[in-house]
Design a binder for this molecule. Structure first.
Ligand code: 5AD
Ligand code: SF4
Length: 590
């Protein structure tokens, strides 16, 4: 059976898509390799949100074109947003690509991949083609026959052509993508105690800079029954942490009176249009009297009550508008719902927010943050609210005053971390069509660096505020440093065995030989703050693990003496934080 290499770019939604397609391919007998050059099939699950992510894929495809001349049987697939956005123009530019599948068509991958492999094999068994494949690249006459293995499944025509988004009836009736979510494998090999669960696909917001509504299509909410059932199945398989996914997760809404059932399966449901035409205070999410609706608050509550084996329930990404007190109340009253919100502001300037079509003002954003804090920030009981955000610098027309307003917003909100992106025009978006990208790159870079510096100081202070506290940590695996060291050892061919000669792995990742000074903890390598930084020295030589608090802060720690690191994976352990850096807390298991 062919070996597959699958690389994922971009967001958590893409990570989930990759998990779903790989478990589907595995059940069909495909095997996976972590090394691209050992694969018969190379798949890229791509992201179009920023130009940078796309550039990486273009350069990977360029490398594959050279490789395919040496390995003509290689099958290359581009999945996800870039496939959808570029459409067949992608194949024109990169004829190396055999399979092109948009994010709304991923369920078709097994069929199309099988076709591509068969067609390619039969083309290659043709003697003349074999000859052709053996001919040096610059002497090749025509490779068009080799290219006809192509398999394409796109939802629309990409943003270069007309977008052909599904009507609501069609979306409801023909939602085969729902089957991909429903058929997910839940064996312990497919997770390490933690899993994503999609609740909403697509987005209706049309922020002017954003390509997502074009690539992922209109907002579609999954039936609550399917979501809860998936959570139950995951919990039965040992998952104790679930992250619900949606582009605007708090806008989840399922109207039972309008539910469509086909062959006994409740179909996902199109979301409501999000427009400002009824005025800024119009809220399409407000319940009308007598409506039978599962709101986001209801969904959270139902999962919390019906699947108590899930010890941590969180969700991303929140939209700052229409985040009602009902959700905050459920978060406050349900102990297993994490007090963490990723709620991008994008800018601290009203002018920019308007140009971005975000639908709220800075004042309204801050009102929401204060409201969320008043419900959920309780450090005195060990449950502070932590916040994460996204900011775009250098959006068209952004002045120094707008930029300063964003710096003020960072100082006022005090995120534990905030992603800061330089604006890049995305083809087909409203901003790309109507606005001039007039902020020079060096200005974008300077503003980006200024905001990063401000945020770094804040992250450092937020981290420091946890020193001395006892926090529950969900154990994810080896720290990044350990993983890097393990990779280095693997690559150098050195043996990855413990000093006693026994292979040491954590979650399948081989560990480097212990006791070497250069594999000391991040604690020794990074500037640290707080008490007891000297503890690092005595910990040298032990394995360093990484976990997350309910507020998504990274905690690095070592297993207690005599405890096998593997036995801690996917579990929640209690740690005392003894020092901190801007990026990590350093804990001791208590
Ligand atoms: N340029 C820069 N950043 C962007 N984002 C989305 N579109 C763009 C763009 N065109 C950022 C936003 C969003 C995050 C996922 O990516 O901050 O929240
Ligand atoms: Fe893009 Fe805006 Fe939708 Fe987020 S809410 S995915 S930024 S259009």
């Amino acid at each position: 059976m062919p070996r597959v290499y699958l690389e994922t770019f971009g967001c958590q939604m893409n990570e989930l898509d990759s998990q779903l397609v790989s478990s589907q391919l595995r059940t069909l007998g495909y095997t996976f390799t972590p090394e691209s050059d050992q694969a018969d099939v190379v798949l890229y699950n791509t992201c179009s949100v920023r130009e940078h992510a796309e550039q990486k894929v273009w350069s990977r495809l360029g490398e594959l074109a050279l490789r395919k001349a040496r390995q003509p049987a290689l099958v290359v697939g581009v999945l996800g947003c870039m496939a959808e956005r570029e459409g067949e123009a992608l194949i024109k530019r990169m004829p190396v690509v055999d399979v092109l599948i948009g994010p709304a068509e991923l369920d078709k991958l097994p069929g199309l991949l099988d076709n591509a492999l068969r067609t390619r094999a039969s083309l290659l068994s043709d003697e003349s083609v074999q000859e052709l494949a053996a001919t040096p690249e610059d002497e090749k006459p025509d490779v068009s026959r080799l290219r006809s293995a192509r398999q394409v499944a796109l939802h629309g025509a990409g943003s270069h052509g007309t977008t052909n988004r599904r009507s609501s009836t069609l979306a409801a009736a023909a939602d085969s993508l729902e089957l991909l979510d429903l058929s997910r494998a839940t064996s312990p090999d497919d997770h390490q105690g933690s899993a994503y669960v999609r609740i909403t696909r697509g987005c209706n917001k049309f922020c002017t800079y954003c390509v997502v509504p074009f690539t992922r299509g209109a907002e579609v909410h999954r039936p609550p029954e399917h979501i809860i059932d998936e959570c139950k199945r995951l919990a039965d398989a040992g998952v104790i942490e679930v992250t619900l996914l949606g582009q605007t997760v708090n806008h989840y809404r399922f109207e039972h009176d309008h539910a469509v059932t086909i062959d006994g399966v409740i179909q996902p449901q199109k979301g409501r249009a999000y427009t400002h035409k009824h005025g800024i205070h119009h809220d399409p999410y407000k319940l009308e009297k007598g409506e039978h609706v599962t709101s986001f608050a209801d969904l959270l509550h139902r999962i919390h009550e019906q699947v108590p084996a899930i010890k941590r329930l969180r969700f991303v990404t929140s939209f700052p508008r229409s985040f009602g007190d009902d959700i905050l109340q459920v978060m406050r009253d349900c102990p297993r719902i994490c007090r963490y919100l990723h709620v991008p502001a994008q800018s601290g300037s009203d002018t920019m927010l308007r140009a971005m079509n975000r639908g709220y003002t800075v004042g309204e954003y801050l009102e929401f943050i204060d409201r969320a804090r008043s419900f959920l920030h309780q450090p005195e009981i060990g449950r502070p609210l932590t916040l994460a955000g996204d900011i775009i610098v250098g959006f068209p027309g952004e002045t120094d005053a707008d930029h300063q307003a964003t710096a003020d917003l960072l100082r006022r909100v005090r995120y534990k971390n905030c992603f800061i992106f330089k604006y890049s025009p995305r083809p087909g978006t409203i901003a790309e069509k109507n606005l001039v990208d007039d902020v020079p790159d060096e200005v974008k870079r300077r503003r980006n660096n200024e905001l990063l510096a401000i945020q770094n100081t804040i992250s450092d202070e937020v981290s420091r505020s946890f020193v001395g506290q006892t926090l529950d940590v969900f154990v994810q695996g080896l720290s990044r440093k350990e993983q890097k060291a393990a990779r280095k050892v693997d690559a150098s061919g050195a043996c990855s065995t413990s000093p006693g000669g026994v292979a040491l792995t954590v979650g399948g990742v081989a560990l480097s030989a212990r006791g070497k000074a250069e594999t000391s903890t991040d604690a020794a390598a990074m500037p640290s703050v707080g008490a007891d930084a000297g503890g690092a020295a005595e910990r040298r030589g032990a394995v360093q693990l990484q976990g997350r608090t309910e507020g998504d802060l990274i905690v690095l720690f070592e297993p207690p003496t005599g405890v096998a690191p593997d036995s801690m994976l996917g579990q929640i352990v209690r740690t005392r934080i003894d020092h901190a850096s801007a990026l990590s807390l350093f804990g001791i298991v208590v």
